[in-house]
Design a protein around this ligand. Sequence first.
Ligand code: AMP
Length: 500
Amino acid sequence: MSSAPASSALADSPFSALGLSAPLIRAIQEHGYSQPTPIQKEAIPAVLQGRDLLAAAQTGTGKTAGFTLPLLQRISEIDFGRQNGKAKIRVLILTPTRELASQVEESVRVYGKYVDVKSLVIFGGVNINPQKDKLKRRVDILVATPGRLLDHVGQKTIDLSGVETLVLDEADRMLDMGFIRDIRRILPLLPKTRQNLLFSATFSDEIKELATGILHDPVNIEVVRRNTPAELVTQVVHPVDREKKRALLEKLIRDGKWTQVLVFMRTKHGSNRLAEQLEASGISAMAIHGNKSQPARERALSEFKAGKLRVLVATDIAARGIDIDALPHVVNYELPMTAEDYVHRIGRTGRAGSTGEAVSLVCVDELKLLAGIEKLMKRKLESVVIPGFEPDPNAKPEPLRKTPPPRGARAPRNSGGAKPEGGAKAGKPKTEGSKKAPAGNGGKPSGKPASPKPGNGNSSGNNNGNRAPAAQKDRNGNTAPGAKPAGAPRRRRKPAPRPA
Ligand code: AMP
């Protein structure tokens, strides 16, 4: 592959002072980067020197370029693998979600446009066979979700013996999602001597323990204070009754002429319902969550990014890693069960220097969650009551639905189910991808929902996710798709296959 000419523009670039070579600088200049972000200033020279790294960095800081640029340079300049006549995977990047894996690998390709490096992304929820074929060819940088990587290990279709650098991206999220065991199974498959980079937005004791076990004399980088969101995000709370949230959201979108809004919900079912309701009222919207097939998720994301879709309704796990330049509005339609997820959510806006607004619609049920968020943020959030949406001062809080939902309202699996994304205990989503795909299914979409069994005498023909008559309403007064009237016989639930 051709190198860029070493023009003075490339040599004068502040990226050059960090030690990056002309082909990489040319690619990022074409991509519109003129100045390194703070994390890039610290990470690039350290990674180029082969040092281990422990970086406290949220998405939006430019961390992906902070590790991919120097790694691209190292492997394009030092050709260990091919000197020995065989090409092996040299960099392994583990990410918690498919979306993040895709985005990181896309960055590798964008930044690596003018160097001779081959990359591949693998994740669950799609057929494993094409991945096997691609793994037979040369792959220098592999980006993977842990579950699917282990599927390949189990099928002996991957060789990790040449890995020189391991990157754990969004390590805190990987642990939250229950990937720690997978990571511990992967580590012994890698050469003992290697470079290790660990990126995490937060530092629990578990992360510190993982870091201590993996990193050797790491360079420590902290570009944002712990648990603080991007500073350019304006945050506001609108107190509102739970039944009026949707009308308020529509008003905010219409009055504010918002064109690109990321809306967060706690459950997959709630996301589906809200997206449908917004669509019905003339605001283009789609839902993105772990029960959607990979192509459906990618389509929703690309239409949203391209500005063709006004609202993307997402659960916390699905939204992790969504990287949209200058996303102006994030709405917490429901507050997350854990305060740290609030920080992750609002970090979707105000990225890389642009300003953003994070709006939370808070009803009486969520006041404790709000208090938890304010404690974590160490400040009270500005609260603005919107005229016409004044909350009823006598409203009684109702318990927030955790998993599983009340018996009569339980939805069949193919409706998404009214439970927190990941199906784990509330606030600790465990599995977008932590359950094994059934062996020998050729890696069938693990996110593909299992069909409920029709014909239990009480299904009201709702086995395709349509509403049942007299079904129980959820917290927001919505009817659960496929929900059965209270007292209907319970169905046996099949274990769901693993998405990633
Ligand atoms: P990340 O934190 O890696 O998710 O990156 C957040 C966003 O910042 C992405 O949209 C990048 O394209 C963008 N970005 C990364 N580095 C730079 C830079 N040096 N200048 C401008 N934008 C950047």
